[in-house]
Design a protein around this ligand. Structure first.
Ligand code: 5AD
Ligand code: SF4
Length: 469
């Protein structure tokens, strides 16, 4: 079988890197070291994209600023998942008129998921004339060309053609952290959950070649990275578009066999495609973190169907039961949407009983937000905002109690953690399951895996002490 997804030809990427060199010369000729500011909204996929944008900017000679004031380039990498996210971006974009007034050479770019929404493109064209460039996620790899055109032609640039999407390998990356790394393994989503904008703004699913992913992981591990998170909107459908027979579990096992002291984790799993093979693979390899983000969205079968999720409550609970049976220490988290159009109080209460039954370690909870162009946005939505807020509060209270109980059960036990930073004079660390543990200790320990005994717990975090070797 042939690979279905187009990969950008290396020559076309080389052209972009050559433009980076031209931009560097442009600034050198002016005797200026330019600075850039990249602001990221939304999920880890956007964080990973921003690391590539920074990589391209660094190759173009830019240093980095902590804020937009005085920056020569400002990039807003945006999220469109809920209306609130869009409003925040428009508010912050409006405020950039002032920074631009004080620094007339400032060039402002909007990219990420919002840049793929036609109504955003129109609004930016008409009402935000200070935005110099806008490009959707498909065009990220062409950022050098976009920046060059803005710098040298003084015209606004919009790269928004709707294409099925491609894969660009070999872009420079400037990573935010030197212990933990994101590795995108696939892009886009084919699921079309009825409430979700992602398939419209990020295009169809497309997988990177396993060889490219493995090479990236090997390189990170050789450079001392200890924690790798594989990213995709739906990692379980990894490989379906590849010419060879390699599914997500196979990929995960290959990564877990790389020599070295590290952990690999992943997000996000869709319950429709997760199953026995994945959980058995996780259980088999010590280097695969026993952590699973398995968004259920809600606990009622009618609503799950209306959401187009392709599983029901019983199947989800069966998955969780199996996963816990092969991984007793599994840390399980989920996303929940409250107030999907037409959801009743009784239906919402099925979500409450489901979270009790599963016993999640933590939840990411959202009130439904209609997204233009999605099927759910056309459904009648009779529940009031006040009702939904009340449901939301009940959900959070229930989960807080569950999280607190689960955290309390950690006390007195010993866990292996990765020491990853300082907060005031305390060390911070993460368990294999991703729980935050604060403890006393010296900053020279950062970067090590060590054993800690858990001495205290709150809803959100744990405290512990180092177990002396
Ligand atoms: N409204 C509210 N929450 C949403 N999510 C996705 N789309 C919407 C929406 N329209 C949530 C889902 C998803 C998470 C990333 O964001 O729970 O898993
Ligand atoms: Fe959105 Fe569903 Fe795809 Fe997740 S799986 S990105 S919720 S459409």
């Amino acid at each position: 079988m042939e690979r279905k997804t187009p990969v950008i030809a290396p020559e076309r990427l080389d052209e972009q890197l050559a433009i980076c060199a031209k931009i560097r010369e442009y600034w050198q000729a002016r005797g200026v070291t330019p600075v850039a500011y990249v602001e990221t909204y939304g999920c880890q996929q956007n964080e990973a994209d921003s690391e590539r944008i920074r990589g391209l900017l660094a190759d173009s000679g830019y240093g980095f600023a902590q804020g937009p004031e005085g920056a020569d380039v400002v990039v807003m990498n945006t999220c469109a998942i809920r209306e609130h996210a869009n409003q925040r971006v428009f508010g912050n974009l409006g405020a950039l008129t002032h920074t631009k007034r004080r620094h007339s050479g400032q060039k402002i770019f909007l990219c990420g998921c919002m840049a793929g929404q036609p109504e955003v493109q129109e609004r930016v064209k008409k009402s935000f004339p200070h935005v110099d460039g806008l490009f959707s996620t498909h065009h990220l790899w062409q950022f050098p060309e976009i920046l060059w055109r803005v710098l040298t032609r003084g015209k606004r640039v919009f790269y928004i053609e709707d294409e099925p999407g491609s894969i660009a390998e070999g872009l420079p990356v400037r990573r935010d952290n030197d212990l933990k790394a994101w590795v995108s393994i696939m892009y886009g989503c084919n699921n079309f959950c009825s409430y979700c904008i992602v398939p419209y703004v990020r295009g169809r699913e497309r997988s990177r070649e396993p060889g490219e992913i493995l090479a990236e992981c090997r390189d990170l591990i050789a450079r001392g990275y200890k924690d790798i998170t594989l990213l995709g909107q739906n990692v379980n459908s990894y490989g379906k578009d590849l010419g060879e027979k390699m599914d997500f579990s196979d990929l995960l096992a290959e990564i877990a066999r790389i020599p070295g002291d590290f952990l690999v984790r992943f997000m996000t799993s869709h319950p429709r495609d997760a199953g026995v093979k994945l959980f058995d693979t996780m259980a088999k390899y010590p280097k695969i973190a026993k952590q699973l983000h398995l968004p259920v969205q809600c606990g009622n079968d009618r609503v799950l169907k209306a959401m187009n999720r392709h599983y029901d409550r019983a199947r989800y609970l069966e998955l969780v039961r199996y996963a816990k049976s092969v991984m007793p220490e599994l840390v399980l988290t989920s996303d929940i949407i409250v107030g999907f159009p037409g959801e009743t109080e009784e239906e919402f209460e099925d979500t409450l009983t489901l979270i009790e039954e599963v016993g999640y370690d933590a939840l990411f909870t959202f009130i439904y937000s209609p997204r233009p162009g999605t099927p759910a946005a056309k459904l009648p939505d009779p529940a009031t905002r006040e009702e939904k807020n009340r449901w939301f509060d009940r959900l959070c209270q229930t989960q807080n109690r569950i999280s607190e109980d689960r955290h309390r059960a950690y006390i007195g036990k010993v866990y292996r953690v990765l020491l990853d930073g300082m907060e005031g004079n305390l060390l911070t660390s993460r368990t294999e399951g991703g729980r935050l543990v604060r403890l006393e200790g010296d900053s020279s320990l950062i970067g090590q895996f060590r054993e800690v005994e858990i001495t205290g717990a709150t809803t959100w975090s744990l405290t512990g002490k180092l177990v002396e070797k």
